[in-house]
Design a protein around this ligand. Structure first.
Ligand code: PRX
Length: 657
């Protein structure tokens, strides 16, 4: 079997935590019957779809005749903003949709009525700029209230948003704008981060220089910095919206009209534009948000993800709003001004559900119990995690120190491509085990298969596949349907038998009780602090440097970030590897991709370990980086190079200490 990490060494976790009795007695979803209901997939999702606002009902729940290109709720029409905004603005106009907490301590509250008005004004403003249904709009912003407004204004018009995380570099932004041929870019003058500012508008300007499709740039003034303004092209957000009417009829869309594109890293250097459509996506995001978080009318829910990632799309914007929830949006980092900022926010807003990443939890653990100890966290009822496997130790800390043993933990496994959660406990139904995402949610079906695609019996490990279509599944890769089929479906499907299995790229083990234990990626994708980064993208950023001949990049285990990026670089003849060059190469990667992709370590080497066919042996490099006993090197064309790299890596580790 290909490289599935840690499958044998899997922690034999035997602790189990049943749902707390008081939660079982008060939760809307509190019976295992829901799993049986979910076995009838189509009926299950059809029932859930009825909770949304549709203009025209569907003829068919699922059309799988064009597999693996799914269509859900065919024939139906809707505009997702009517479920997210209009109905709440009329039923509960003064209910808070968002509590916004700025990094500097400034705050704003936005009601459903206020949000609908702002979205309508901005939709009118975008229409004034010529935006029409189907146009692509790039959004590159900091976490400010105008961020969700921007997504929703696009959706109001049936325009397709393509959000690019505000930490990405101009080059990465330009690639994404060009791939989608975005007509408008929405950005901020600056964003705030850890007491500093980031010049988003300047980054956007640098990107747009290379993009012919962009007609207008809308700039939200966050800090009021004096930024470059290109006459005729750039528009101030406030000036634009203040001259608009506060009403905008929603554009009727088909259930399968695209709602957004979100780029994610794959195993090649080119990010994939994952396409999500309207009806099915909203049904999936809304249902899972409501049921996994046991959402109740007075809850204050906080998902700490940036809207730039899928978690922000589904669980800061669409799911919570469609459910009429009150959410917190926080602009900044967890240690500004001090390491108790998250806990201040939990106390200040009386947060009931907290949804964050294992990397954050491990960081909080490292900072110590005193910080959460300073605040009253008694409002918390459910704790969620997402983005990477959570180790049992961090799970237990989350449960004991943050949840005081009272709050179930929902470890939610899913992906940009799945659109919404796939494997997760239901807090008042599922017994949890530390480190396991438990079982597929009702209406979802997953399996674990071996190299030949045979289902692996309970107790075994292999590749995670999803063997039934689900409503929020990616519909395609933008402009590249063949890559969609090749990447996700080709490996484990048998089209001739009508059997389609989506391959997630993750390894997993299933224990004797049928619980899934996620083991990380099995492809050349790293997961750094819950963010996907392709080894190839980092390698090509390094090789672009004039001094670099060749580069190999791997994710090595890291106690805080899950994986850390380790690069092995061979230099061109005559170039000397030294500390300034290491700094330059790290900056080079930050400049090409973004700071999140900056290698944690760079080792210069004369050669890279390769198989006889010339393939770089990443597994070996991983072993070297993690200082494990080296595996079989007999297939290596250049076996002695391994000892040399190991020696240099060791030397570097010693100097870093
Ligand atoms: O490897 C899995 C990991 O994150 C990948 C998906 O990354 P992305 O599309 O960026 O979406 C992240 C947020 C949904 C998966 O292939 N992953 C995500 N959640 C978990 C996880 N690994 C283990 N446990 C999880 N709960």
């Amino acid at each position: 079997m290909t490289d599935i990490p840690a499958i044998d060494a899997l922690y034999q976790e035997s602790r189990k935590f049943p749902p707390p009795p008081e939660l079982v007695s008060s939760a809307a979803t509190n019976s295992t019957r829901i799993y049986a209901e979910g076995d009838d997939h189509q009926n299950f999702w059809e029932e859930r779809a009825r909770s949304l606002v549709w203009r025209h009902p569907w003829d068919q729940v699922l059309d799988w005749s064009g597999a693996p290109f799914a269509k859900w709720f065919t024939g139906a029409t809707l505009n997702v903003t009517e479920s997210c905004l209009d109905r709440h603005a009329s039923a509960t106009p003064s209910k808070i949709a968002y509590y916004f907490e700025g990094e500097e301590g400034d705050s704003r509250t936005i009601t459903y009525a206020g949000l609908l008005e702002e979205v309508s004004r901005f939709a009118n403003g975008l229409a004034e700029l010529g935006v029409e249904k189907g146009d692509r709009i790039a959004i590159y912003m900091g976490m400010v209230p105008e961020f969700p407004v921007a997504l929703l204004a696009c959706a109001r018009l049936g325009a397709v948003h393509s959000v690019v995380f505000g930490g990405f570099s101009p080059e990465a932004l330009a690639d994404r704008i060009n791939d989608a041929k975005a007509k408008v870019v929405i950005t901020c003058d600056q964003s705030r981060r850890k007491g500093q500012t980031v010049d988003l508008k300047a980054f956007a300007d640098a990107a747009i220089e290379r993009c012919d499709s962009v007609e207008h740039v809308v700039v939200v003034a966050r800090t009021g910095a004096d930024v470059n303004r290109v006459p005729g092209r750039d528009v101030d957000y406030r000036e634009l919206v203040s001259r608009q009417r506060p009403v905008r009829p929603a554009t009727e869309c088909s259930s399968e009209d695209p709602l957004f594109i979100l780029y994610t890293s794959g195993t090649t250097g080119k990010p994939k534009g994952i396409v999500h459509t309207s009806g099915g996506y909203l049904v999936g995001a809304t249902t899972t948000h409501r049921e996994v978080f046991d959402l109740r009318p007075d809850d204050v829910y906080w998902c700490t993800a940036d809207i730039g990632w899928i978690t922000g799309h589904s669980y800061v914007v669409y799911g919570p709003l469609a459910n009429g929830a009150t959410s917190v949006i926080y602009e900044g980092v967890a240690d500004y001004p001090d390491k108790d900022r998250f806990w201040n926010i939990v106390e200040k807003y009386r947060v009931t559900q907290l949804y964050t990443a294992p990397t954050s939890i491990r960081t909080f653990m490292k900072w110590g119990d005193d910080f959460p100890g300073r605040n009253d966290l008694s409002s918390l009822r459910i704790l969620g995690t997402v983005g990477e496997p959570i180790n049992p130790e961090a799970w237990m800390w989350y449960r004991d120190v943050i949840g005081k043993g009272r709050c179930p933990i929902v470890d939610t496994w899913w992906q940009t491509e799945t659109g919404h959660m796939m494997i997760s406990p239901l807090p008042a139904v599922t017994e949890t085990k530390p480190g396991s995402a438990s079982m597929p949610l009702p209406g979802i079906s997953a399996d674990i298969v071996d190299d030949e695609g045979r289902s692996v019996p309970f107790g075994g490990g292999g590749y995670l596949v999803l063997d039934h279509p689900w409503p929020g599944m990616a519909r395609t890769i933008y402009n590249d349907p063949d890559r969609f089929v090749d990447t996700y479906w080709a490996r484990f499907s048998s089209p001739a038998e009508g059997r389609w299995r989506y391959f997630a790229g993750d390894g997993a083990k299933r224990d004797e009780d049928g619980y899934f234990w996620l083991l990380g990626r099995v492809d050349d994708v790293m997961n750094v602090s819950g963010h996907r980064i392709s080894t190839l993208e980092v390698e090509s950023a390094l090789v672009d440097h004039p001094s670099v001949a060749e580069a190999a990049v791997i994710g090595r285990a890291d106690p805080i970030t899950g994986q850390a990026i380790a690069a092995f670089v061979t230099l061109k003849a005559g170039v000397k590897g030294n500390q300034p060059l290491i700094a330059e190469l790290r900056d080079q990667v930050a400049g090409k991709i973004g700071k999140i992709a900056r290698p944690a370590s760079i080792v210069f080497t004369e050669d890279l370990p390769k198989t006889r066919s010339g393939k770089i042996m990443r597994r070996l490099l991983r072993d070297i980086s993690e200082q494990r006993k080296l595996g079989d090197v007999t297939t290596l064309a250049n076996a002695d190079v391994v000892q040399e790299i190991a020696r240099r890596a060791q030397m570097q580790a010693t100097t870093e200490e």
